[in-house]
Design a protein around this ligand. Structure first.
Ligand code: CP
Length: 312
């Protein structure tokens, strides 16, 4: 594996989950692997977990780490070929990606969806621009359409629970005051479709995710029905995909409550809006796995970086 830009880059999910669990048991076991090498983390958007967990993972592997808030500190990047750059952009992705490749051995990138232009978002201009023009491995720290480090951490978290061989896992939409991207829900769905699980997605009608991603998943519009006998409930808001980036439903009845959760474990990628997406009583209960999901972000990033370093 050269790049890690999608959950589809994982050749065997059970093997990766086991390898990550092994790293978690002894995080410094491969400390010499990254010695003398550098990773550059480029953020076009804000972060808490991704930034600190990826940095921690890199440090556990002995890598030097350079971090840049590209969105606020870097030059505005041009992605179109042949453009007359007499407007807002100052530097072309062709130069930027090649320059970054001279300073480090791996580059990791966070660049969210704009939610205003579906075609451009799905073209993944930043991530694919770096993949095309950089000469070093590229890691996706959440792009327009995917968040594969989060999904891998979620797989590790599920794998640690050992509830039963084929658990029922529900991905449930929740209301949110802001339009949010589809990346987490997309990658979680792709990851779940690689698991031996009874996986169901529930959301209001009209909130269908990209059908290319969900074509092999069960969709149930009745949330109560979807939640029946659930072992794990993953809650996430996403904005409308058809009416791209719009909010067409803020029905507070879709918020996750202790009552609805029943005996299931609760999952969310964080950050989460309390008492909008999920009520306090869920987050503050021992049914919530959100802190362990965040903890597993380190080992998800570490197994990805380890596998990339082993091929350098
Ligand atoms: N879950 C997640 O990616 O968190 P951050 O946005 O804080 O990095």
């Amino acid at each position: 594996m050269k790049h890690y830009t999608s959950i589809q880059d994982i050749d065997s999910l059970p093997t990766w989950v086991n390898d990550a669990k092994n790293l978690k048991a002894n995080p410094l076991q491969a400390k010499s692997l990254g010695q003398g090498k550098t990773i550059c983390l480029l953020f076009f958007n804000n972060s808490l977990r991704t930034r600190l967990s990826t940095q921690k993972a890199a440090m556990n592997l002995g890598l030097e780490v350079m971090i840049m808030n590209f969105g606020s500190e870097g030059w505005a990047i041009e992605f179109e070929d042949g453009t007359v750059m007499d407007q807002g952009t100052s530097e072309h992705i062709k130069e930027a990606a090649q320059v970054v490749s001279q300073y480090c051995d791996i580059v990791a990138i966070r660049a969210f969806a704009s939610l205003t232009d579906k075609v451009k978002d799905e073209a993944e201009l930043v991530l694919n621009g770096f993949k095309k023009y950089a000469s070093i491995p590229v890691v996706n720290m959440e792009s327009s359409v995917g968040h594969p480090l989060q999904a891998l951490a979620d797989a590790i978290t599920l794998g640690e629970q050992n509830i039963k061989t084929k658990p029922k896992v529900v991905l449930s939409w929740a209301p949110h005051p802001k339009a949010l991207p589809h990346a987490v829900a997309n990658s979680f769905t792709e990851m779940m479709l690689k698991q031996d699980a009874d996986f169901v997605i529930t959301h209001p009608e009209g909130y269908e995710l990209n059908p290319e991603i969900t074509k092999d998943a069960a969709i149930e519009y009745n949330q109560s029905k979807a939640l029946e006998n659930a072992d794990f409930v993953y809650v996430k808001n996403w904005s409308n995909y058809k009416n791209y980036g719009q909010i067409i439903n803020q029905d507070t009845d879709w918020m996750m409550t202790k009552d609805k959760l029943g005996h299931a474990k609760f999952m969310h990628c964080l950050p989460v809006r309390r008492n909008v997406v999920v009520e306090d009583a869920v987050l503050d209960s021992d049914q919530s796995l959100v802190i362990e999901q965040a903890n597993n972000r380190t080992y998800a990033a570490q197994i990805v970086l380890k596998k990339i370093l082993e091929k350098l």
